[in-house]
Design a protein around this ligand. Structure first.
Ligand SMILES: Cc1cc2nc3c(=O)[nH]c(=O)nc-3n(C[C@H](O)[C@H](O)[C@H](O)COP(=O)(O)OP(=O)(O)OC[C@H]3O[C@@H](n4cnc5c(N)ncnc54)[C@H](O)[C@@H]3O)c2cc1C
Length: 440
């Protein structure tokens, strides 16, 4: 993610910089006004480039899963591209409004860059684009605030977020109409036109409801179980279009059109019969009441599979340490399930962190699965039993000079504390793969 965002920022900045060097930048004004004008262009270019990337990534391009490390990462990149794009929009606004006023007060209006002159339709469109950019900016700012304010509930956030393609199109029009006209014959203009085209494609694709359609199949609920008061097991039989999945992948499931799709890991291996199952924990309003609303025979839509939390990506020369926290056990259930079908030489330490090992619905299943897999050593850590897992515990299992490969799925707080602790003890001798259960 950092490489992609960093590269985009660098490419846009270097292209703009080369343009300034080649043309001498904005002409006809004094140096402070020239600097302000170019800062306005650069912040605007960076903002629209990042927002275009965010818009394109929102289409769930499955071909980007391999370079970015899974659809959860694609969404993370989408989120940070949007946040950074919004931040550069703030800088753009500040340069336009605040720096402009400061310069007027300090050096006077005389050295201002003369505005490009237009007449007729173009003039009307430019005025409209200027206003649209401003309205869209305020709305994007509000969206940015509620995205960063984690306490803002997910559902209303998701509804408001659906306005983003429209806001993006308003900003794209603003950029297209207010960028200097001679940009369009130079590399900087061509770059922004290409990024803008990708963003407009993303916005329109989203507005016509095409996102994920090509990977969507229908199915029926075949089994519903409740292994614990807050966990639901749901199995589904899918239609012929289901292309199968790799253990550890997830899918977006729609049980109810009004509610929309929720992402859940497929907690079973692929048996080639298009049957999949999920373990769903009551983590919010919808999942808390799902058990009451589902019945065997209920129609479902499943979109996927997505994700790269994939055993096939393991480095066989590295020591394998698998860590599951709570419902983050689901990809490991699928891994163990697939190992039962095709026993292999995989050896790993599997740590399962749970609140109460005595009443946990997954402990018995993990024990049964691991009993048939001599290479997998299961370690259950019950918090109520005083058995919390620390980075030191993980580091102590490191043997010899081998690198460790850690596969983690669980709460973000646990991931961060383990990562930090492992850096302190193992330095660079480990690789940390994490499946994020959060997309916002
Ligand atoms: C890749 C992935 C795999 C997951 N696998 C599992 C699993 O195997 N088992 C399990 O119990 N949970 C899993 N989750 C979490 C699950 O998606 C949420 O717990 C569920 O959507 C909560 O919905 P809610 O309306 O009950 O809760 P809310 O209180 O509305 O939401 C709680 C949180 O869930 C997330 N969420 C809610 N709705 C959606 C949505 N439509 N799309 C994306 N995220 C949403 C948001 O981060 C939100 O903050 C997974 C999440 C992801 C991203």
């Amino acid at each position: 993610m950092k490489i992609l965002l960093g590269s985009l920022l660098a490419i846009v900045s270097v292209t703009w910089g080369m343009d300034v060097l080649a043309t001498g930048g904005s002409s006809g004004g004094s140096l402070p006004w020239v600097i302000r004008q170019e800062a306005l262009y650069l912040s605007g270019l960076l903002s629209i480039a990042l927002m275009s990337l965010a818009m394109f990534l929102s289409t769930r391009p499955a071909w980007l899963e391999t370079p970015l490390g899974g659809m959860d990462r694609v969404y993370r990149t989408h989120k940070w591209a949007g946040i950074l794009g919004g931040s550069f929009a703030i800088v753009h606004w500040l340069v336009e409004e605040v720096v402009g006023d400061i310069l007027k007060a300090m050096v006077g209006r005389e050295g201002r860059i003369p505005k490009e002159q237009f007449t007729g339709f173009l003039d009307v469109m430019r005025d409209l684009a200027k206003d649209m950019g401003e309205w869209a900016f305020y709305l994007v700012l509000a969206m940015l605030a509620i995205t960063l304010w984690k306490r803002f509930p997910y559902k209303p956030w998701r509804i408001l977020h659906q306005a983003m393609p429209v806001l993006y199109l308003m900003l794209a029009l603003h950029a297209a109409m207010l960028a200097p006209t001679d940009y369009w014959t130079r590399p900087v203009g061509i770059l922004i036109a290409l990024l803008g085209a990708a963003g407009i494609y993303g916005a329109l694709y989203s507005l016509v409801g095409r996102i994920g359609r090509t990977r969507q199949v229908s199915g029926t609920v075949t089994v519903i179980g409740q292994p614990a008061p807050d966990v639901l097991t749901v199995s589904c039989q899918l239609d012929n279009n289901w292309r199968g999945h790799r253990p550890g992948q997830f899918a977006f499931i729609t049980f109810d059109e009004k509610e929309g799709a929720h992402p859940f890991t497929i907690a079973s291996a692929d048996r080639g019969d298009r049957s999949i199952s999920f373990q769903i924990k009551a983590l919010g309003d919808y999942t808390r009441t799902l058990g009451k609303r589902l019945k065997v025979g209920h129609a479902v839509k499943v979109e996927g599979p997505y994700g790269r939390f994939d055993m096939a990506r393991q480095d066989s020369s590295a020591q394998q340490i698998w860590i599951a926290g709570g419902i983050g056990v689901t990809p490991f259930l699928a891994w163990l399930d697939s190992l039962q079908q095709t026993p292999s030489q995989v050896s790993a330490d599997l740590h399962y962190c749970t609140r109460d090992r005595a009443n946990d619905p997954f402990v018995a299943r993990l024990e049964a699965s691991c009993a048939a897999l001599p290479g997998i050593s299961l370690h259950v850590h019950g918090a109520q039993q005083g058995e919390t897992l620390s980075a030191a515990d993980v580091a102590s299992t490191q043997t010899g000079s081998r690198r460790s490969e850690i596969w983690f799925c669980g709460p973000q707080g646990l991931a961060e504390s383990l990562r930090k602790g492992l850096h302190a003890t193992l330095g660079e001798k480990f690789r940390f793969h994490q499946e994020a259960f959060e997309m916002r």
